[in-house]
Design a binder for this molecule. Structure first.
Ligand code: LUO
Length: 326
């Protein structure tokens, strides 16, 4: 079936720009069409002379290279791309960044977890896997995701950058490598601190400033599930903990170190989320909110609501525990 015939309604195109977008209503083929629509509605097809059929084939090949794991699957790729797409409209990025930078952000979001095995860098390193060996323990997963992305683009039938000039491709490649490598949470504080340093004198004409901003934006999109309505976010937490518990079960079997926040004997949904929201999410989002006040209502408020939700859940759990113990 020629997918070029598929039409996306104006109502769905509008919904696609919002943080309230509910991925659970859509199946994978529909999400592929919606990803293609993002490139169309950002005028990337016309401005970068992208072949719409190559774009569709490329999206399908990207889809085939995501694995069936509880959290880091194609739906997560879609959610990060959709959050990036929503941020692009919310903070009016096309008026601040050039077309190639907008293209790099969306394409990096789509590719950022390609071929994720469902076991994180700590596992790769401790278990001495092939990936850890190949990348010398340096962000093995993120290096792999990026290498897979460029491996796919090497094939003419999937190369959406075919018409790029040498300089355009070089800038795109530098940007995508920096964005995907920035999603390694081990780099979280380093990237956030460099962003904090430049905020007081942020200059949208400064290449380095824009590069740090692009890394911050993909980081925000990557870990932003709690900025969505509870009904959309809570199932994602279930998926994440399922993936973490699979890993810690395997680590216990293999006699490898187990991270506390992955151990099914120690983790509760509320306790892990309260810490994550308080010490990771809110500090990151409030810092970005200093440069883009639009984030306050659309992203930061919902995260504060999520913190209240999990704090209440934690209180109810403790009250119930106290009753049982008494
Ligand atoms: C600084 O490195 C860190 C910091 C925190 C965490 N994760 C957590 O604290 C816990 C498990 N919660 C959590 N972790 C999350 C979420 C979204 N993405 N995400 C995640 C997933 C995989 C790897 C790292 C993170 C942060 C989320 O909503 N909650 C993982 C790594």
């Amino acid at each position: 079936m020629k997918f070029t015939k598929v039409h996306v309604s104006d109502e769905v195109r509008l919904e696609l720009r919002k943080q309230s977008f509910d991925n659970w209503q859509w199946d994978d083929p529909e999400m592929l069409i919606l990803l293609r629509q993002m490139y169309i509605d950002l005028n990337l097809i016309s401005k970068l002379n992208i072949d719409i059929n190559v774009l569709h084939e490329w999206l399908y090949e990207v889809y085939r290279n995501y694995n069936v794991v509880p959290f880091h699957n194609f739906k997560h790729c879609f959610m990060v791309a959709q959050m990036m797409y929503g941020l692009t409209w919310l903070i009016d990025l096309p008026s601040k960044l050039d077309t190639l930078e907008i293209f790099t952000l969306l394409t990096s979001a789509i590719c950022h977890d390609l071929d994720h095995p469902g076991y994180n860098n700590a596992y790769q390193i401790n278990a001495k896997t092939e990936l850890a060996l190949r990348y010398n323990d340096i962000s093995p997963l993120e290096n792999h995701h990026c290498a897979v992305a460029f491996d796919i683009l090497k094939k003419d039938k999937w190369n959406i950058t075919k018409d790029f000039t040498r300089d355009q491709f070089k800038r795109f490649r530098d940007g995508m490598i920096r964005c995907i490598l920035a999603t390694d949470m081990a780099k979280h504080n380093e990237i956030l601190n460099s962003f904090k340093t430049i905020i007081p004198h942020f200059d949208f004409n400064d290449k380095e400033h824009k590069s740090v901003l692009m890394m911050i934006l993909i980081k925000v999109a990557d870990i932003s599930n709690e900025a969505r309505p509870i009904a959309v976010a809570e199932p994602w937490l279930e998926c994440l903990l399922q993936e973490f518990f699979n890993q810690s079960d395997l680590e216990k079997l293999e006699g490898l170190p187990v991270a506390p926040f992955m151990d099914r004997e120690k983790v509760s949904k509320s306790s892990s989320q309260i810490g994550f929201i308080k010490f990771v999410l809110l500090p990151l989002f409030e810092t970005v909110g200093k440069l883009f006040p639009q984030l306050e209502g659309a992203i930061i408020e919902p995260v504060r609501d999520a913190l209240a939700y999990y704090t209440e859940m934690q209180r109810a759990l403790e009250e119930e525990k106290a009753k049982k113990d008494s």
